[in-house]
Design a protein around this ligand. Structure first.
Ligand code: PLP
Length: 400
């Protein structure tokens, strides 16, 4: 075979997709399985959004759109940023892409040169370091343990910045920990970043609306407006509106960067699906009650899950304030043996044994850059969640 592109060759396949494959395989074999590994809401997309998409098809909106997205959608995105996030942006400073993932990829591909460093607080969403590598950059991960609530501190940030730092990626609420940065915490990071004008900031706000306990969502460019000129604020409809399959993400940022990303997108996808863009427009401009309903359902599930997981011997989990993940420490299980005879030498061993022996899938923490944890997603109905948590408790109780 022909050698692959060297950047691609060094990239790992997505660990979460690999686990999804394992889950599908077990299902195909007719074995029972409850998946706590999915990164998507289990609800159907709200009806009015689906109706808008069907209408778009009937009305013939089935052709290429402008590369950067439909003007009406970009205007709705600019309005969303202004109204919900206090970010003053014009529609020209926005871009629509095929998922939040493509926004991030476009931004990195448009700016990174070989050896440029990107600071990524760990644990991180699995795709950040791999995307950085694909674009020829060098991921610089900074460990953020439970003692700082899995959050980057200003001291740790400053210590990681070098002359080669091109980006820092912030994600709040976080995948995989559910941690939410307060305004004061972002301000502290912003104060450091003000001193390093060569550093661009990517704020991944995709879980913005999944936030609990009256925690307040804040985004860096609004907290420290002096950084707006080098911050890309990314968001999308995937998680908030249960629209993961529609593939629409969006962002706001400085015009030079948006233009570069548009140029790239023009040679790559020609822009996002016209039908999905019409659906996203309905999401941003239509009724908002789904957001509250989904937040309420996730709060109940989170409370149930945290209570049960913390009663499992060997697991410990702090209360996440956002997203739909909990990051449970499993270090007390390491070195032990499961009831099925598996040696648990790592968090990956724990996840694998839990899947093989109890039919519950979770993702090992090391996939997110922090070992000795497992990520448990609670994006499933309450009855299944309760059953899965009981199976986790059984698994842990039987470990010797
Ligand atoms: N950012 C984070 C932190 C995510 O968890 C995900 C999806 O899992 C994305 C971005 C990508 O979202 P999208 O499905 O819109 O590409």
């Amino acid at each position: 075979p022909v050698p692959l592109n060297r950047n691609l060759a060094s990239v790992k396949g997505s660990a979460t997709y690999r686990i999804m494959d394992k889950v599908a395989e077990r299902k195909a074999q007719g074995k029972p399985i409850i998946s706590l590994s999915a990164g998507e809401p289990d609800f159907p997309t709200p009806r009015h959004i689906c109706a808008a998409a069907m209408m778009a098809i009937q009305d013939g909106h089935t052709r290429y759109t402008q590369v950067a997205g439909l003007r009406e959608l970009r205007q709705a995105v600019a309005l969303k940023f202004r109204n919900e996030n206090a970010l003053e942006v014009s529609w020209q400073e926005t871009l629509i892409s095929s998922g939040g993932k493509q926004v991030i990829y476009n931004a990195l591909a448009a700016t990174l040169n070989d050896g440029d460093e990107v600071i990524i607080p760990a644990p991180y969403w699995v795709s950040y370091p791999e995307m950085v590598q694909l674009c020829g950059g060098k991921p610089v991960t900074v460990n953020c343990e439970n003692d700082t609530g899995f959050k980057l501190t200003s001291g740790a940030l400053e210590a990681a910045i070098t002359e080669k730092t091109r980006w820092i990626i912030l994600n709040s609420p976080s995948n995989p920990t559910g941690a939410v940065y307060s305004e004061a915490e972002l301000k502290a990071l912003g104060d450091v970043l003000l001193r390093y004008p060569q550093v661009l900031i990517l704020s991944d706000d995709i879980y913005e609306h999944l936030i609990f306990d009256n925690a307040k969502f804040s985004t860096l460019a609004a907290v420290v407006p002096a950084l707006k000129y080098r911050t890309l604020t990314m968001n999308g409809v995937s998680k908030a509106w249960a629209m993961t399959g529609w593939r629409i993400g969006f962002c706001a940022g400085p015009l030079w960067l948006i233009n570069a990303m548009e140029k790239l997108q023009g040679q790559q996808t020609s822009g996002a699906s016209s039908i999905s863009q019409h659906a996203a427009l309905a999401a941003l401009t239509g009724p908002k009650d789904f957001l509250a309903t989904s937040r309420e359902a996730f709060t109940t599930r989170r409370d149930l899950m945290i209570r049960m997981v913390n009663s499992a011997p060997g697991l410990f989990c702090t209360m996440p304030q956002g997203a739909f993940y909990a990051f449970a420490n499993c270090s007390a299980l390491i070195g032990k043996t499961s009831a099925g005879g598996a040696l648990l030498n790592s968090d990956e061993d724990v996840a694998t044994a839990l899947l093989n022996e109890k039919g519950v899938s979770v993702v090992h923490g090391s996939a997110f850059g922090l070992a000795l944890y497992i990520r448990i997603a609670y994006a499933i109905d309450e009855a299944s969640l309760e059953k899965a948590c009981q199976l986790i408790i059984d698994f842990c109780t039987e470990v010797i």
